[in-house]
Write a protein that binds this ligand. Structure first.
Ligand code: ADP
Length: 608
């Protein structure tokens, strides 16, 4: 029981890890490494972790071997609690641990996190030390600036004044040496931060700045990592480049980048392996090298750097989403609505075209029907027309015979022959007038509204029908209004309507004794309308059929087509009028046509 409880207590004991910062938890880039390390350690470790953090702070100003007070502090803190692992961030902290290990942390393994390979003194490493280094190629950064901005002739290295930064400044100086024939370099480590801001705002044309790190300025003032870069970016008149991806998005253009996440992850891997029992000396972690070039799209735009200049395989981040990416759904929806609307409009237009086409067709059909109807009416009139033409022809013949006799006389009376010839001419004119009227009735003409007098139309139609009335023994009376009834209409079509009504009336009375057959045609003005009525004394129309008589194909006649009244109504309605039927009080039917009165004709139009 006792053994068991001891074992389970040991199992429940968390692993104590000390994270020792070189300058303080806020200094970059180490703060980035530390952040990712913490996250990864808790994620990867199978054991519970008790993480302590401490900072050397003093390394900003002095060498790590002058760290008296911090040594005492750590000794007090971990005198009784046994540490399982120390993880240092940055080279000064690593030097510190190596120096004081024998005194305070004997046999405690050490992960040396994130030092540049050049800063590691491999000769001093023991089997307890596991470095997780990074390797930085300064040359590549200079070459990257020249690739992206080939006109560059001046580079300002923005770097601080701490001992470590001074160390790196020397490294940069050496790396810059081969480029001095085409580029002039300057170093900010002797400036106070205010002077750096001033200087960066006045760099010569074709300059670039390279932001290394800025922990402490020449006056010994530690600088707030979150403010330094934005302030420099605000002041600068040249693009700023840098080397670690954590700065991307804070105002640097970009370039080949060190991944701080990768450094943090590798440190955590090393820590977990050591905590699980592996020997630190055996780990041999590969250094983290700078990775694919990354650029901030907004900075590229700002400094007019074309994306064509970026090295192959570069990543461009912070690209502002295009309107399409931003409003994809809205745009898609709008397009869908437009499309639907388009389809609907096309559909409607198609329907409209079809309707117009159908209307034209139907108008053509009704014109053809009307024409056919006129033919059938003309057929009805043939006998009377023949009679009408025969009369002048007979008179012409008689006159010619008389003239022939007169010519044969020894003293022909030329004056009388002249009169005879005038008679012949008049009779001929009469005959051709009859034919002309018939021709115009049968003419297939388009609907041509003109200013006409309804009274004239009636008079002319009556003339047409007078012979038929005689032949069919029908009394035809008309009462024409004393003043003109100007309407706008098609003479032939209106004639057709009147002809139809009168012939129908004659048909209706055909079974009656001839003495009783009587048709009365009246025209009158009624308000704004011209009215025409055709009444007969026939049997009338059965009340229930009063509407039906206007339907196409309604007929009660054995040879009837049933189209006359339907066509007549169509014609009247096309003239903006109305055609109706009624039975008269005594007997007989009356058909009434009302047409809107038109203003008297203009100078350009003729009154028929
Ligand atoms: P159709 O003359 O070929 O029959 P209509 O359309 O002109 O065609 O006439 C349709 C029908 O209306 C006629 O068959 C007839 O029954 C009736 N009708 C027309 N006019 C009169 C009228 N004046 N009196 C009685 N019935 C009439």
């Amino acid at each position: 029981m006792l053994i068991f409880s001891t074992i389970s207590a040991a199992a429940a004991e968390p692993k104590r890890v000390l994270l020792l910062h070189s300058f303080g938890p806020q200094f970059v880039p180490w703060a980035f490494f530390a952040g990712h390390f913490r996250e990864e350690l808790f994620k990867q470790s199978p054991d519970k972790i008790d993480l302590y953090e401490a900072s050397l702070e003093g390394a900003r100003f002095q060498q790590p071997d002058e760290q008296g007070p911090i040594v005492d502090y750590l000794a007090a803190l971990f005198g009784t609690r046994k540490l399982d692992l120390i993880v240092t961030i940055g080279a000064p902290a690593a030097f510190f641990v190596q120096k004081y290990r024998a005194q305070f942390f004997p046999s405690i393994p050490l992960v040396i996190g994130g030092p540049e390979q050049r800063a590691i003194n491999y000769g001093t490493l023991t089997s307890l030390d596991a470095p997780v280094p990074v390797t930085l190629d300064f040359r590549k950064w200079i070459e990257n600036i020249l690739e992206v901005l080939p006109d560059t002739t001046h580079i300002a290295w923005v770097v601080g004044a701490s001992p470590l930064e001074r160390f790196w400044t020397e490294e940069f100086r050496r790396t810059s040496q081969p480029f001095t024939d085409r580029i002039s370099f300057e170093w900010f480590n002797d400036l106070r931060f205010e002077d750096m801001l001033k200087r960066i705002s006045q760099l010569p044309p074709h300059s670039a700045a390279f932001y290394v790190d800025l922990r402490v300025d020449a006056a010994g003032v530690p600088l707030d990592r979150d403010l330094v870069l934005p302030k420099l970016r605000e002041a600068t008149n040249a693009p700023i480049f840098s080397y670690i991806d954590s700065y991307l998005g804070s105002g640097i253009v970009g370039g080949p980048m060190l991944s701080s996440e990768e450094v943090g992850r590798r440190m955590a891997q090393a820590a977990v392996r050591i905590l699980s029992g592996e020997s630190p000396g055996d780990l041999k972690m590969q250094p983290v090298a700078i990775g694919v070039p990354q650029y901030d799209w907004r900075e590229l735009q700002h400094w007019n750097v074309s994306e064509d200049r970026l090295p192959a395989g570069s990543m461009v981040r912070f690209r502002e989403p295009t309107v399409w990416q931003q409003y994809r759904w809205q745009i898609a929806l709008m397009c869908a609505v437009f499309l639907l609307q388009g389809v609907l409009i096309s559909g409607l237009l198609y329907q409209r075209r079809r309707r117009l086409y159908a209307e034209v067709q139907s108008r053509q059909r009704s014109a053809e029907l009307a024409h056919m109807n006129r033919f059938s009416t003309a057929g009805e009139l043939t006998a009377t027309i023949a009679h009408e033409i025969n009369q002048p022809l007979g008179a012409i013949l008689t006159n010619i015979e008389t003239a022939e006799i007169m010519i044969k006389s020894p003293t022909p009376d030329l004056q009388e022959i002249g009169e005879i010839l005038a008679d012949i001419r008049r009779d001929d004119a009469r005959a051709s007038e009859v034919i002309g009227r018939l021709r115009s009735l049968l003419k297939k003409a388009p609907f041509e509204p003109k200013h006409i007098d309804l009274n004239d139309v009636v008079r002319e139609t009556m003339q047409f029908l007078s012979a038929l009335a005689i032949a069919r023994e029908v009394g035809l009376t008309n009462f024409i209004a004393p003043t003109p009834l100007p309407v706008k209409g098609d003479l032939i079509q209106l004639q057709q309507v009147i002809l139809n009504l009168i012939v129908n009336a004659m048909d209706a009375m055909s079974g009656m004794p001839s003495a009783e057959r009587r048709i009365t045609v009246t025209t009158a003005r009624d308000g704004n309308s011209a009215e025409l009525s055709v009444s007969d004394v026939g049997p009338g129309i059965p009340v229930e059929k009063l509407k039906e008589v206007f339907e196409p194909f309604f007929t009660t006649k054995p040879q009837g087509m049933g189209m006359g009244l339907s066509i007549a109504r169509t014609i009247v309605e096309a003239h903006g009028g109305r055609l109706s039927a009624e039975n008269l009080a005594g007997r007989g039917a009356a058909f009434r046509m009302r047409l809107p009165l038109a203003a008297p004709s203009g100078a350009s139009e003729t009154m028929n």
